[in-house]
Design a protein around this ligand. Structure first.
Ligand SMILES: NC(=O)c1ccc[n+]([C@@H]2O[C@H](COP(=O)([O-])OP(=O)(O)OC[C@H]3O[C@@H](n4cnc5c(N)ncnc54)[C@H](OP(=O)(O)O)[C@@H]3O)[C@@H](O)[C@H]2O)c1
Length: 274
């Protein structure tokens, strides 16, 4: 699998509601070129992300310089605003949701299309494989450069890799420090060359902020603890997602590649909460 993102940090567009265009526009101005959204009006305004992207393209920025990712959300993840007809079967729902994502974003192809999360837990069910087959069809049609899955555990990912004809190219998961930052799934992804994206790196780990050695490391590099966590994540192969609404934090997040942690420091952060 040769798929590579063009940006090593992704701007996430969840929970921004009416501020979505303004914040996506600001993120573009600051330098972000990778964007994550979902066709899930409960949490994301995908059409408003599209509005900001179109604005950027109209000012001369090129589509090929962007990494655009969105998701198919199964019925259980929606409120009353469902972007497909419930009287259709699962494959048609995926196709309908995908087509409306392209319209919302104003693009002809995506860089990455994700299944927002499996229907079942802890394993996968027939419905999950049916949805995955539809994502494979979209991938094979050339309308997305990659397909992947979010909110998956090890068992689900192994099953998906075993049963699929197109194996996932992207995983997007929440990273808890007390689970060694999702180490089991990360290691599996590394082994199968699956791109791993991490969210809630800051919000899921408030205890990390209180560890003395973490504060000392941030001081050593003259960065914030947020920057330290994002840099650490990128060095262990986790592409960080940031949904910051603060222009200063946007700038700080883009500066994480200006310093490099040592092996020992990475080990310290990796094991600080387990
Ligand atoms: N697949 C899924 O199910 C799923 C679930 C959740 C999220 N996501 C994706 O991941 C994206 C990010 O979500 P998230 O859960 O990680 O939370 P987030 O929306 O990025 O929230 C980060 C929080 O940390 C604060 N913060 C402090 N310093 C920061 C810094 N340097 N950089 C960034 N934030 C800083 C932010 O406040 P300020 O705004 O004041 O900076 C904000 O309150 C979402 O927008 C979405 O695209 C996906």
């Amino acid at each position: 699998m040769t798929f590579k993102p063009i940006s090593q940090i992704i701007y996430g567009t969840a929970w921004k509601e009416d501020r979505t265009p303004e914040l996506v526009d600001l993120a573009i101005q600051k330098g972000f070129r990778a964007f994550d959204t979902a066709n899930q009006p409960k949490h994301y305004q995908e059409d408003l992300v599209g509005q900001a992207l179109q604005e950027a393209f109209s000012k001369g920025l090129k589509r090929e310089d962007f990494f655009i990712q969105t998701k198919f959300t199964p019925q259980g993840g929606h409120d009353h605003r469902i972007p497909y007809s419930l009287d259709k079967q699962l494959p048609e729902r995926v196709q309908e949701s995908f087509a409306s994502s392209l319209r919302n974003l104003g693009v002809e192809t995506l860089d990455s299309y994700l299944l927002h999360g499996p229907h079942s837990f802890p394993g996968l069910c027939k419905e999950d494989m049916e949805v995955w087959k539809s994502l494979e069809d979209i991938y094979k049609s050339g309308r997305t450069k990659s397909i992947g899955v979010s909110n998956v555990n090890m068992q689900q990912l192994e099953t998906l890799c075993e049963l699929s004809s197109v194996t996932p190219m992207v995983v997007q998961n929440r990273c808890y420090a007390d689970r060694a930052w999702d180490q089991e799934v990360r290691d599996f992804c590394k082994q199968y060359s699956i791109l791993y994206q991490g969210f809630s790196l800051l919000t899921a780990n408030p205890s990390v902020y209180k560890i003395r050695e973490i504060g000392q490391l941030a001081s050593k590099y003259k960065v914030t603890i947020g920057q330290l966590i994002f840099r650490f994540s990128s060095q262990i192969g986790v592409i960080p997602l940031t949904g910051t609404t603060d222009p200063i934090h946007m700038e700080e997040d883009l500066k994480i590649f200006e310093f490099t942690l040592t092996e020992e420091e990475i080990h310290l952060i990796e094991t600080c909460s387990i």
